[in-house]
Design a protein around this ligand. Structure first.
Ligand code: GLC
Length: 410
């Protein structure tokens, strides 16, 4: 047993990017990338009133979709706290809405049996004790903010205090996604790693902490899990020559935070295929939604969650608790494996028969998870050009996104 077992078993989680940036509705980097008059963005605090926020509904959708945990933006790079910070007035409880949306979310998702993860930003664009090339001043005007040592210490204290509050006031927290250390901070220890980690682990010994407290370098400490993003890696992830626990985060359209002009939603098969692609390399998928300023998931995101629910209901056993397979998948297929069960995900509706490499004489039986139909092994025809270790099978009435369960002989 390791403290990460629940995580590697879960395989699928929900990421939520939500903050003041839902109002301008053009993604969570707007403060840094677009021109804002002094104080203009910060004044959105007087407007944020997500009266339709219903985290119980979100939690039900996520659970039905087969997700086992949630990761919520308690603070993004704009510095605005989505929890009732004891250390700044720039927070959700000072909006017209006035309620601690983080606390509400934790309660709702826990009630559905999902594990709880907090995202917390390391950069704070609005703080005088933080600077970087990836800041509003630099991105827009190539100006580096002058930060005194004392101001930076003040910044680190605030970060540490916030993390401490998050680790002590919301019960058991399963995961912490600290984001991020830029390439310009690759050397040195700008975020005072050991102090933060000590605050975290002394209050939540079983928590999993991601790797973004450092910019990827081989000579830093090990982290609980590693976070590639917006891609499905081609192989199990390795650090210092050893396989590590990992999760990739991807978003349903092309933005993390709500964007009212982005309708480029990925089709269901990209999402299920991406998920299976991660599991097939021993990884997790953290799939993101950016709720709007009223507190709603965008309609298309809800539709995708509902489609995922339908898919998961019948195919979920190929995800949860599964991992990489030792066998080579056939054309346009992807394997996950759980003990003696191999799961073949079909990226495309097949041309007809499927030729399974390496599985001759190894198969007990095969069925289609969506329909329950069994699949015939073809042993008396069409093997002129097959290798002796290949097995031809004939799945009928299958389509892209289906999963064939291949039970191997013991
Ligand atoms: C990148 C984006 C950030 C987002 C994160 C999620 O770091 O800049 O906005 O929160 O990815 O992994």
């Amino acid at each position: 047993m390791s403290k990460a077992d629940w995580f590697t078993n879960a395989r699928f989680g929900l990421f939520i990017h939500w903050g003041l940036y839902a109002i301008p509705a053009c993604g969570e980097w707007t403060y840094a990338r677009n021109k804002w008059a002094p104080g203009e963005y910060e004044n959105l605090i007087n407007k944020f009133n997500p009266v339709e926020y219903d985290p119980a509904y979100w939690a039900k959708l996520a659970k039905a979709a087969g997700m086992k945990y949630v990761v919520f933006t308690t603070r993004h790079h704009d510095g605005f706290c989505m929890f009732d910070s004891k250390y700044t007035d720039y927070k959700i409880t000072n909006t017209p809405y006035g309620k601690d949306v983080t606390g509400m979310l934790v309660e709702a998702f826990r009630a559905e049996g999902l594990r709880i993860g907090f995202y917390h930003s390391l950069p704070d664009w609005t703080h005088h004790g933080w600077s970087d090339q990836e800041s509003p001043e630099y991105i827009q005007n190539k100006v580096m903010k002058d930060v005194s040592e004392e101001a930076h210490r003040g910044y680190l204290d605030l970060l540490n205090n916030h993390v401490e509050q998050l680790m002590t006031e919301y019960g058991k927290i399963d995961l912490l996604f600290l984001d991020y250390t830029s390439q310009y901070k690759a050397d040195g220890d700008y975020y005072d790693r050991e102090r933060l980690l000590n605050t975290i682990y002394s209050n939540q010994p079983d928590i999993l902490v991601d790797d973004r407290l450092s910019y990827f370098k081989e000579d830093v400490r090990d982290f609980d899990y590693y976070t590639p993003e917006i891609c499905v890696p081609n192989q199990p992830q390795q650090v210092k020559g050893k396989e590590v626990i990992w999760e990739t985060c991807c978003t349903m359209n092309d933005h993390w935070g709500y964007c009212n002009t982005d309708f480029n939603y990925k089709p269901l098969n990209t999402l299920t295929g991406g998920l299976m692609g991660c599991v097939a390399k021993n990884g997790n998928l953290l799939l993101n939604i950016g709720p709007d300023a009223k507190g709603n998931f965008p309609e298309m995101s809800i539709r995708r969650l509902e489609e995922l629910a339908e898919w998961s209901l019948l195919n979920g056993e190929s995800v949860c608790g599964a991992g990489k397979s030792e066998y080579q998948p056939p054309f346009a297929g992807c394997y996950t494996q759980k003990g003696n069960n191999l799961y073949l995900y079909l990226l495309l509706q097949p041309m007809g028969d499927i030729i399974l490499p390496e599985l001759k004489d190894k198969i007990e039986y095969i069925c289609i998870l969506r329909t329950g139909q069994t699949v015939d092994l073809i042993n008396d025809w069409g093997f002129e050009l097959l290798k002796p270790e290949e097995q031809r099978i004939r799945p009928l009435n299958v389509k892209a996104g289906d999963v064939l369960k291949i039970v191997l002989k013991k």
